[in-house]
Design a protein around this ligand. Sequence first.
Ligand SMILES: *Cc1c(COP(=O)(O)O)cnc(C)c1O
Length: 424
Amino acid sequence: MNLYNIKHPEQQVNFAQAVRQGLGKDQGLFFPATIPQLSNIDELLALPLVERSQKILAALIGDEIPADKLNAMVKNAFTFPAPVVKVADNIYALELFHGPTLAFKDFGGRFMAQALATVRGDGKITILTATSGDTGAAVAHAFYGLDNIDVVILYPKGKISPLQEKLFCTLGGNIRTVAINADFDACQTLVKQAFDDEELRQAIGLNSANSINISRLLAQVCYYFEAAAQLNTEQRQNLVVSVPSGNFGNLTAGLIAKTLGLPIKRFIASTNANDTVPRYLQTGEWQPNATVATLSNAMDVSRPNNWPRVEELFKRNGWQLSELGSGALNDAETETALKAQYAQGYLCEPHGAIAYQVLKDQLQTGETGLFLCTAHPAKFKESVERILDIELPLPEALDKHNKLPLLSDEMDNDFATLRAYLLK
Ligand SMILES: *Cc1c(COP(=O)(O)O)cnc(C)c1O
């Protein structure tokens, strides 16, 4: 597999290098040089998840990874289902939260861990990542206990749910978690600064594991096929997919699936009040505001780092950005949407509720709508219980961690401090 740096196309790497490096020169994102057109979509859709995903990833990655290795990576990563559930007459939910940390980031995180363990060279590896909630949990759990891989996770102190925090800050072992006294964008900037520091990078074998890493995106492509596989031919004909978006990795994966030939009529990028992209699509002006905290905090991102990949795909495919649907909901609208879903008989959480409502508002006659449910409702227990006036039992996976003490360190938003911490 050949990939290039979107910022410096002359920088070319293979899959192993892209996985190990995460980011290219000048923090440029790696992107596949070619994406094949699959001719056997219907055959693929007839296969079970793991087998189909092995074929899709083999088509994307090529023979750089031997088939038996790749097959094992996929099998170890995709250990849980992604069911499609009917919510209204022509609207379906794709539930991506049945993995060990109850969020869709388990797909990308687990495949990334497998990929890195497969392509790693000698020497130390340190995973450094910033999280606004779920990435951290998925990464921590995916790498927990792997030999010679240290993980350091930065998150905005007090800006993620207490339960989310418990899920990944209680592991210990090779997982270190750091609460930064700042917002998520600041955490992301600290990570970028670390990657720009060549000496540091070499010393500790820095690697990023957030949605920037290409292996995560490739893994996520697979569940769009899984969704289509659960719909019938007629429903697939005019399929519209609404993606609750923060850093836009999820949407990028969906666009790659479409490029491979999966029949998706159009996508809708759904955001909360951090609506840089919906505003950009309407006005043509890229004007990020300061990030605001919302109910759907995993999407509290005003400078989505995967956006250049989205634009690259549109450009390369000759698609118009005007074909990309979008919509944004504020917190009050999110609450209304969550209640409406519940009245329909479907229990959701704020991220999925936004994707549902924006889809519902924009779906046209004759279209089938699919929205992505990115987290289990219990991961947002406090909000969901308050808004719906119900009591949610904690699933076992959360309950176990909820009883353990937090092991996080605390740090100010200061790169020099972080650098010393990483070298320690
Ligand atoms: C990360 C996350 C998102 C946003 O996904 P991106 O790929 O960053 O756009 C949406 N919902 C939940 C629950 C998440 O954890």
